[in-house]
Design a protein around this ligand. Sequence first.
Ligand code: CMP
Length: 140
Amino acid sequence: MSLQKTLSIIKPDAVARNLIGSIDSRFEQAGLRIVAMRRIKMTKEQAQAFYEVHKDKAFYDSLCDYMSSGPVVVQVLSGENAVLKNREIMGATNPANAEIGTIRRDFGESIEHNAVHGSDSEENALQEISFFFNQLDIVE
Ligand code: CMP
């Protein structure tokens, strides 16, 4: 077991449906702590930079349009094995394949409008956290 941090984004579809508190309570009930949080609206250029790893995928342009279409909540979650734990709480990328009781199954609308993003590895978590936050923003 190791204490980790991971980046979470509550996506425009979930923010628009007023689900911030419902989603955050899932993290807290699972023992993760929100140690930084900000509500922002990304420009398309910022979304493109954040999702650059997907730039060759067919869904990249649509994903970046969507992620810059409305407010999102970016947050840092901290806890034991936070990266994997958050992925378990979120469920599979496509809500149709996600297990019952996961955030994406309960709140996601489609593979694109899937309520939340979470880092997929400890290495990517460090990179994604530093995209939105500096050290002074993160209070353990
Ligand atoms: P996320 O965890 O934010 O990481 C990349 C996102 O791309 C993913 O969640 C999905 O919302 C989106 N995505 C992945 N595959 C597809 C797809 N086939 N069509 C549309 N969007 C996708």
